[in-house]
Ligand binder design. Structure first.
Ligand code: FDA
Length: 308
């Protein structure tokens, strides 16, 4: 992992920098590349535009590591309301939540209860709840939360990170649940003892996990979202599973709003199922810093937006 990337990930955790950055208009301008706006209405409008181009959306309100139960309750209430608002969309707009945004740092039981309420509402409205995967310290608890929320076949899926050495085993353990998985490379700075740090190793891990999950789950009600902008990797996976009779409709492609937009349209036109994750809300600082870290060239872009 490069020095700049590590520095950006360290900066993503700094309260001092967060407070300063969020007050600067030029930073807000740079962030707008990755977000249609801070309001849920902005995200819903963007979702409607995507829908007219044959793509679905996943909405996520930014925020993590809440420090107060009432804040976590407010987040859950927000998502409950959102699930009701998008009920008419028949699953074209799903939601994605971070466990620490629902209070995991405070009390796992209460966090789990909030998540279960969201899953029940999603089941009642024909919708779906994705659980994000945060730093590896939260991985075991996140998988426990996922199992509880998924009980009774509730519509819940979880994100797994291909950079973690443990992921193949996690996937195996989740298999009896006929799970919905969003597979990503991983966005945090994890130590070499538990994570691959070389891009080629991460990519190889991603390829192996996706192909085996799809092939072994064939004929079962599994769901796999390839949460990556790495189109070459997606095409490699598609080529490797095609001989097993798994076509373009056999998995989904999930990308972030504002990243490789041209590819999102091209892949949807080519018959892939494309979902775009749209973030909104005012707690964008750590999330935005992780987007910069993923592609340090974005830093140049951010600096350029300083210029008139
Ligand atoms: P990679 O980094 O190899 O990028 C492939 C290409 O995509 C790059 O060459 C570049 O062209 C483009 N690209 C990638 N990132 C870019 C950026 N920020 N700006 C501009 N171009 C970029 N992580 C996590 O740990 N937990 C989670 O819950 C999630 N959730 C999640 C949901 C969805 C829908 C997506 C798409 C991603 C996540 N992630 C995540 C983030 C993920 O772990 C990873 O950090 C990013 O997707 C970047 O890696 P890529 O797979 O795109 O590959």
């Amino acid at each position: 992992m490069g020095l700049l990337r590590r520095a950006l990930l360290a900066a993503s955790q700094s309260r001092w920098l967060r407070e300063r950055a969020m007050r600067r208009e030029f930073v807000r301008r740079a962030v707008s590349r990755f977000m249609p706006g801070e309001e849920v209405g902005d995200a819903l409008e963007a979702a409607a535009r995507l829908r007219s181009s044959g793509m679905d959306a996943v909405l996520t309100r930014l925020g993590e590591n809440v420090t107060d139960e009432s804040e976590a309750d407010a987040v859950a209430a927000h998502y409950l309301d959102l699930l009701s608002r998008v009920a008419a969309e028949r699953g074209a707009v799903e939601i994605s939540v971070k466990p620490t945004q629902l209070g995991l740092d405070l009390d796992e039981g209460r966090c789990g209860a909030r998540l279960r309420t969201l899953a029940e509402r999603a089941q009642a409205t024909g919708n779906f709840v994705w659980i994000d995967m945060e730093q590896t310290t939260y991985a075991d608890a996140t998988l426990r939360l996922c199992r509880l929320a998924r009980e009774g076949g509730r519509p819940v899926g979880v994100c797994l990170q291909a950079y973690l050495r443990r992921t193949a085993a996690d996937l195996e353990r989740l298999r009896p649940l006929d799970p919905a998985i969003r597979l990503v490379k991983g966005a945090y700075d994890e130590p070499a003892a538990i994570a691959y740090r070389d891009k080629r190793q991460v990519d190889a891990s991603y390829l192996g996990l996706a192909v085996s999950f799809l092939k072994e789950g064939r004929g079962r009600p599994i769901r796999l979202g390839l949460g990556t902008h790495d189109v070459a990797l997606i095409e490699q996976i598609a080529a490797q599973v095609a001989p097993a009779g798994i076509g373009r409709e056999g998995f989904e492609i999930e990308m972030l709003y504002g990243i490789r937009t041209g590819e999102q349209f091209r892949l949807a036109k080519a018959g892939y199922r494309v979902q775009v994750l749209i973030a909104y809300g005012d707690a964008w600082y750590p999330w935005y810093m992780r987007r910069l870290a993923e592609r340090p060239a974005n830093v140049t872009f951010a600096i350029r937006s300083l210029l008139p």
